[in-house]
Design a protein around this ligand. Structure first.
Ligand SMILES: Nc1ncnc2c1ncn2[C@@H]1O[C@H](COP(=O)(O)OP(=O)(O)OP(=O)(O)O)[C@@H](O)[C@H]1O
Length: 258
């Protein structure tokens, strides 16, 4: 297998009163779309932030594109190539209008104003947001903000996407559109989501964060006798509810023509 794009080796991290990661190992290879699962508070968001240097470990190593990364100067070029969709869209959006927000990243990467505007408009169009450019960002609905936040990341044309709850607040139709779009991108991804249907569709493999460590998990779906599609998530540290009950009955589109 080719060299990892991103890697964590024996990572330890915590907040003042709480250990979050206790020797986590992880590698993301080109072409992989990895589902990162774990209970609320397990440390999934912290792990994504550590990968791009928004948090620093107390021990262990972060590597990106083959190089160890320790200080802010090491992470600046990483963040130009690794796009992070924050869990909260309001952490991502800070300009008065949608177009300014989406063009901000490309401008920051040194692209011309014309190029940044063209990139922003093309990205908005690809996400079904044609004509949103002049909208006032803080007046958007939660779902619209989610898509615009994703547009700000994609407009930078990253090599890796880190998605923290990408479908939060989206209705089914928009979620389906977003999923199809993400599936069509030739990008390595780490996806944090409590939406099992999304993970089953999008992820090429899964890892579960439990007690500060990562272990392989499996995601798969199968048909039950009553012909509703159920999605199962197995592995250490996955949401207890899903592991014990066989997951929520999601009435997926392919439920047997009822
Ligand atoms: N700024 C902070 N200061 C102190 N503790 C924090 C801070 N941010 C997160 N934590 C704690 O660290 C732990 C890991 O949080 P994190 O957000 O990484 O978990 P998560 O797996 O993403 O959770 P969720 O699924 O609920 O989003 C949690 O117990 C959380 O309460």
């Amino acid at each position: 297998m080719s060299a990892p794009l991103l890697e964590l080796r024996g990572l330890h991290f915590g907040f003042a009163d709480r250990a979050v990661l206790r020797g986590a190992d992880f590698a993301l290879h080109p072409g992989e779309r990895v589902a990162l699962t774990g209970r609320n508070g397990a440390g999934k968001t912290s792990l994504l932030h550590l990968l791009v240097g928004l948090r620093r470990p107390s021990a262990g190593q972060v590597l990106a594109f083959g190089e160890p990364r320790r200080v802010e100067a090491d992470f600046v070029p990483v963040r130009a190539r690794v796009g992070l969709l924050f869990q909260d869209s309001d952490d991502q959006l800070f300009c008065p209008t949608v177009l300014e927000d989406v063009a901000f990243g490309p401008l920051n990467l040194g692209r011309s104003r014309e190029q940044a505007r063209a990139d922003a408009e093309a990205t908005l169009a690809a996400l079904g947001l044609t004509g949103f450019g002049e909208r006032v960002t803080h007046r958007l609905s939660a779902g619209e903000k989610r898509l615009v936040a994703l547009a700000t990341v994609l407009a930078m044309r990253p090599q890796v996407l880190l998605l923290d709850e990408p479908t939060n607040g989206l209705d089914e139709a928009i979620e389906a559109h977003l999923l199809a779009h993400l599936e069509g991108l030739d990008l390595a991804m780490v996806i944090v989501s409590h939406d099992r249907r999304l993970l089953v569709r999008l992820a090429t493999r899964a890892v579960a964060l439990h007690e500060g460590k990562l272990a392989p998990a499996t995601l798969h779906s199968h048909e039950h006798t009553h012909r509703h599609a159920h999605l199962h998530l197995h592995g250490p540290g996955v949401d207890g509810e899903a592991a014990h009950t066989g997951a929520a009955p999601l009435h997926a589109d392919h439920h047997a023509g009822e």
